[in-house]
Structure formats: structure tokens, C-alpha cells
Write a protein of this length. Sequence first.
Length: 149
Amino acid sequence: MLSAVALVLIAIFILSLNFLINKQLSGMEFARFPMRVTISEETKVIGFDVNTSFLAFGRMSAGGSGMRPLQFRNNGNTTQCIKYYTRGAMGRWFSLPNTSFLLPPFSSAEIKANLNTPRGIPAGNYTGEAIFLAKPFDKLGAASEPGEC
């Protein structure tokens, strides 16, 4: 049976996985979030990092994968087209289910961010950056600029 301390730690871990991008989305806005992961020489290793100030994927072995749920919220009165870009070593390993998605006014969405590390990479600390861009989506079903969403 789990102790009360273990239950509290599990609850804190689950709550902290909800990484909030909570900005008033109006016009074109972007948010940058540093990413990090530690690759261990050990196989079948999983480490947790519950920091919510950046996208931390903890510790894993080469060829491993991890997931972080991201919470997006649109507090504005226009639909937003949300896109993401990445930089750095981790940028090639990071993915969302879609490269862009629509977020209706006054709504929120949880999107699962995945990190799939390549096999054979050396042990060490790896970093990157995820950049999320929000642009208004017009009533005709087209974003403010061609080729978006």
C-alpha cells in the first residue's frame, strides 16, 4: 500500500505535467520554451523532471521516448492558428501530432508532445528550444497569411 507521502508526490508529479502556455492570444504572438533531456548510458532507464518552466523530459536511454502533455488556452475572441518550430539538438527529436492546429475563442486544448531519441547517441545532456506561434485565423477558413494551418 502506498504511503501518504508517496501519494502526495504522485499527485504533485501528475499536476506538474500540465505545462501551461497561458497567454492572451491576440495578433501574432510567440512563446519560446527551452527543452532538455539527459541520455543515460544505462538501458531501460526512466527519470522524471517535473519542472514547468521549460520542457524537461527527464532521463532516458538512447533510443528511448517520452511524452509531456501541453495545455494551450485561447483567452481571446478569435480563433487562433497555433504552429510550432524547434531549434537545437532536441529539435529533431521533438514532435506534436500536427505541425499546426486551430484553437477556437475562449477554449483550451491538451496536446501531447513527444520526444523520440535516436539509438546510439552518446550519453549526456541535450538541449533545444520549442517555439509556439499563434496567429489569428479568419472567418473564411484561411489564416492571416497563405500556407498557415
